[in-house]
Design a protein around this ligand. Structure first.
Ligand code: SAM
Length: 219
């Protein structure tokens, strides 16, 4: 059963490479190490290799593989980087991040049920250096700042200044910015100086669940 799931997973990864969505050997290797079926609900395991978002508890989603690959290619993660993810969901993206940085990874989730879900998935898959924190990620996570990269996996109405403040100079924030109802543009926000001046590179249209919090959408 597991063999069959892994064969299907490898096929998906090859497809993402052929489409030039996975571009680097490093992201390819991380994808091969962390198959999505380890992070979905039992009843969706057979669909984990399908390139679409899937439901996880509390009405949220685990993102489509192509979307996660696009964000990780933009992030250009290197070993030992200090990374914050906002929106732990299933824990899958945080595990991929760990494979790319081989360093402690911090991921924030606002829904307690999903904190438990992500922790359980990560523990089963052996990721004891991924730390799932319950809280409002729009405020970042000051205790471990400054970060090389902050990846937000939910859609924001605007760039939260709190997150730019917690980046190193030269660091980047990857965040979908746009409307509440599932349409945003993927922004790469590079911090240029200590005064929080930024350069924004736009990477096209995406569809994420809303980022809900003090500097995001209101509940
Ligand atoms: N990265 C996840 C994964 O690998 O499964 C998928 C994340 S899902 C698309 C977006 C997540 O962001 C949801 O679990 C949602 O509860 C969470 N979220 C929304 N607003 C948040 C906030 N202010 N702080 C932390 N998490 C938030």
């Amino acid at each position: 059963m597991e063999d069959e799931l892994y064969e299907k997973w490898k096929h998906l990864v090859t497809g993402l490479e052929l489409q030039r969505i996975i571009k680097s050997e490093r992201v390819r290797e991380a994808f091969l190490k962390v198959p999505r079926y380890k992070f979905v609900l039992e009843r969706y395991k057979d669909y984990a290799h399908v390139d679409e978002p899937l439901p996880i508890p509390a009405g949220q989603t685990i993102s489509a593989p192509h979307m996660v690959a696009i964000m990780l290619e933009i992030a250009d993660l290197k070993e030992d980087m200090n990374i914050l993810e906002i929106g732990a969901g299933s824990g899958w993206n945080a595990a991929l991040i760990y494979e790319l940085v081989k360093n402690d990874v911090y991921t924030i989730e606002r829904i307690p049920e999903l904190v438990e879900f992500a922790r359980r998935n990560l523990e089963r898959a052996g990721y004891d250096r991924v730390h799932v924190i319950l809280g409002d990620g729009t405020k970042g996570f000051p205790p471990k700042a400054p970060y090389d990269v902050i990846i937000v996996t939910a859609g924001a109405p605007k760039i939260p200044t709190s997150l730019v403040e917690q980046l190193k100079v030269g660091g980047k924030l990857i965040i979908p910015v746009g409307s509440y109802h599932m349409w945003q543009e993927l922004y790469e926000v590079i911090k240029l100086d200590k005064e929080n001046k930024v350069k924004i590179i736009k990477h096209g249209g995406v569809a994420f669940v809303p980022l809900v919090g003090e500097y995001g959408w209101k509940e």
